[in-house]
Write a protein of this length. Sequence first.
Length: 407
Amino acid sequence: MGSQISRGNRSSSTRHPRPPEPPTRSISNPTSSSSNSQPANPSNADLSSYEAACRADPDLRTFDSTLQVRTSRAINSIAVGLEVRSLSLDSLSEVTELLLEMNQEVVKIILQNKRDIWKNKELSDLVDDYFENSLLTLDFCASLDACLKRAGHIESIINVALRKFQEEHYAVSEEGSVKNYTRTLEELRNFRTAGDPFTSEFFKVFNSVYAQQLLMLERLQAKKRKLDRKLRKLKAWRKVSNVIFVVAFASVLICSVVAAAVTAPPVVTALAAAAAVPLGSMGRWLNSIWKKCERDLTGQREIISSMQIGSYIVIKDLDSIRVLVDKFQIEIEALLANADFAMRGEEAVVIAVEEIRKKVDSFMKTIHDLSEHANKCTQETRMARTLILRRIINHPSGSNQDIGMFS
């Protein structure tokens, strides 16, 4: 369609212009029978973009076919009376009806895609909240490290108690005398005094951070769904702009033929020249708008996806930490129960220490695993912050403004 318009009749060297040939190919893929070499119309690139859109979109392809049939019908009706430079009322009525039908098709498509793609919540609040949550997560990891240091101190107390027991149990004593486990019992009392390093304050912080991370993940998922919808709407609006663009070209073609039928050739030349430039400029402008919108939305989606992945990983780390802390508490409660039992007397000390010896390896492994998960959570949180900052920095400059206008 576009090539037909750009290569259509400019003017005639004779008094009476020859009737233009009706389009014989699809509006989206015309051919030209003109052999004269003329400068390329400014809108050729935009028409090529429209042709590609027709090939990719079945709805747009159907619209193009319908428009081609209607345009051919209108031009054929005009061509009947063109030689005598007069148009019947029937011909003018058919042209008017065609233009109204094309406009109605455009309105129909716009109404089908009437939700505005430009409205979008600001990303800044979401990004700020994410970084605030990540700082709280790092604070929690620091709190966990402090608890693990106390757990390490408890581990050393238990090891000292086991060593003292070995010394006292196998110490040479007078025949008939009672074994003296004074130093062993002293260390076990120190162990009981130290108690559980994971206090209620720790669990309060943990629950708060965990709940905020879950809420953040839900918000990010909702935001990503909105961006996905906007990207789909963007494609719909590109279709709308393509429809408007090709209808404008069809209208110019038909009106040019009408002008050729009733007006002197200089007026036809002026109409064609006046119509070509704004249509080409509009096509390029619309294409640049859609490309920028798509680039900005895609950039936002990448930032949201990075934050979503970061939140998901932190939540999984917190789940693992909670499981290990629960395991630690079960084990330390069993050890404390053995320490309490040891206070009952000499035989109780032997039984209690033997039970402690069986459980201490698992206890120490739990502390080691917790320490590794704490370090892992800290590193992954910092890594996610760095990655998201890079994505924000690398986001196109227009999207910084877009955080206000486009979200």
